[in-house]
Design a protein around this ligand. Structure first.
Ligand code: CMP
Length: 145
């Protein structure tokens, strides 16, 4: 299996719920290694740009309003099969449909306040990582766990 990178965002509801540490712990437990990380309060323009593919969707305006309602934690996760693995750890977009022991099942409120974002493909992961991080902000370090 290939080592991949994926973009993860802990959304404003995750910060409000005080679970940054719990989310990071799940990633680390599942061998998703944080290699870049920043807390950031997205501007409307940044949120609109990030979610541009959803521009025509009825929930776009509310999504942007929510994502700019408070700070987020953006990070790059690295590991074997990281894109799919992160999606497994997150669970379905709608927490009502999320499998047991997933982040969204355990912590999300609803489809909007769903605690975490993760890239949905390796192609989008590259685009999303570049949206938030320069190459020089992504670190390499050994894991002795
Ligand atoms: P995310 O993985 O960040 O990508 C797009 C987001 O749109 C999604 O998670 C949801 O939080 C949000 N969203 C809000 N309403 C809906 C909806 N009805 N269907 C799908 N996504 C929605």
């Amino acid at each position: 299996m290939a080592i991949e990178r994926t973009l993860s965002i802990i959304k404003p509801d995750g910060l409000e719920k005080g679970i940054i540490g719990k989310v990071l712990s799940r990633f680390e437990t599942k061998a998703l290694k944080p290699v870049a990380m920043r807390m950031q309060w997205l501007s409307q323009r940044e949120a609109e740009g990030f979610y541009a593919v959803h521009k025509a969707r009825p929930f776009f305006k509310d999504l942007v309003a929510f994502m700019t309602s408070g700070p987020v934690v953006v990070m790059v996760l690295e590991g074997e099969n990281a894109v799919a693995k992160n999606r497994e750890v997150m669970g379905a977009t709608d927490p009502a449909k999320a499998a047991p022991d997933t982040l969204r099942k355990d912590f999300a409120t609803n489809v909007e306040k769903n605690t975490v974002h993760g890239s949905d493909s390796t192609e989008n992961a590259k685009i999303e990582i570049a949206y938030f991080f320069r190459d020089t902000e992504i670190q390499t370090y050994a894991w002795k766990r």
